[in-house]
Design a binder for this molecule. Structure first.
Ligand code: CO
Ligand code: CO
Length: 314
């Protein structure tokens, strides 16, 4: 989105210029709307689980800004001639269950006939303007914390090729349907510098967005980055989605020469669905953040730190 003409207003606190997860619009001195939209084609074969994943993923952009989801509008595209509409009912049930879990009210929606199934939500939440956590607040010295393992793009590709072990599918579904609510509560409570959720652009792409918006670089402890069990084997077996190939090409200018073709770079660039939060936190607040995450049942892993410059090294 390059045309910013309609994206200028004194109450627009976070717009499209920082590649943030959601827009933030001030309603009153201490109250702002957080708005986002997300929808995609199936990532798993089970329609109910796909609906759950789509809902958790759409809510995630509100959580990543430090907001609380309030209402959602549902969008569904369905090839009625080829696919029983009863299956769409299962997708919708999955979405509704996760929205209910999140305390987010579905207030309406829209469906169209489509060549390929698509499902997702536009979610509206609330946030105090002084507590908004955007991409732009990372500082040199901040530690980088990740709250879910990566590898879901590789796993989704293996599922499409019917080459994914059932246990790996089950654990990927478990991660993709886990809300980022508790992780977000912990970072809001402790105070984070910057945060985003790790989704389509992969860990490196979303880290690159934080770096660009904050004017910093990053050094990763690549071995510390958690990966869903089984994903490395699938990567080695050639399971790698087109989106991840594009992600890897897009981040090349940020990487040291020679680094970009490595197996690790491929994993770190893998396009995620409903991934965890990537949080930049001041070093003196790191321990407090990790304990708050643990208290919320979230396993936060330190995967690197913010450094000067504009490149990613490991
Ligand atoms: Co996002
Ligand atoms: Co999004």
């Amino acid at each position: 989105m390059q045309d910013h003409r309609a994206a200028n207003h004194p109450d627009l606190l976070v717009g499209i210029s920082t590649s943030d997860d959601a827009g933030v619009y001030r309603l009153a001195p201490h109250q702002a709307l957080v708005q986002t939209v997300d929808f995609f084609t199936p990532v798993v074969d089970d329609p109910y689980q796909w609906g759950r994943i789509a809902a958790a993923n759409a809510l995630s952009d509100v959580y990543a800004m430090g907001g609380t989801p309030l209402t959602a509008l549902q969008m569904i595209g369905w090839p009625r001639d080829q696919l029983d509409f009863a299956l769409a009912g299962e997708v919708i049930a999955g979405g509704a269950d996760v929205m209910a879990e999140a305390g987010c009210t579905i207030v309406g929606g829209h469906s169209i006939d489509d060549t390929e199934p698509k499902y997702g939500f536009a979610v509206t939440g609330l946030v105090s303007p002084e507590r908004v956590i955007s991409n732009a607040g990372a500082r040199v010295g901040d530690r980088l914390v990740l709250t879910k393992p990566i590898g879901t793009g590789i796993i989704a590709t293996a599922i499409k090729r019917q080459a994914c072990p059932a246990g790996v599918i089950a654990s990927a579904v478990e991660w993709m349907t886990t809300l980022n609510r508790e992780a977000a509560q912990a970072m809001v409570e402790v105070g984070a510098g910057a945060a985003t959720d790790v989704t389509g652009f992969g860990l490196l792409g979303h880290l690159g967005e934080i770096m660009a918006a904050s004017g910093v670089g990053a050094r990763l402890d690549s071995e510390a980055v958690p990966v869903i069990e089984g994903a490395w084997d699938l990567l080695d077996a050639g399971m790698y989605p087109g989106g991840s190939v594009r992600n890897l090409a897009a981040v090349q200018p940020l990487l040291d020469t020679g680094r970009g073709e490595s197996r690790m770079a491929r994993m770190l660039a893998d396009a995620q669905t409903s991934g965890g939060l990537l949080i930049a936190v001041r070093p003196h607040r790191l321990e407090a953040l990790l304990s708050a995450l643990t208290a919320g049942g979230v396993d936060g892993v330190v995967i690197g730190e913010v450094v000067e410059g504009n490149s990613i090294s490991w």
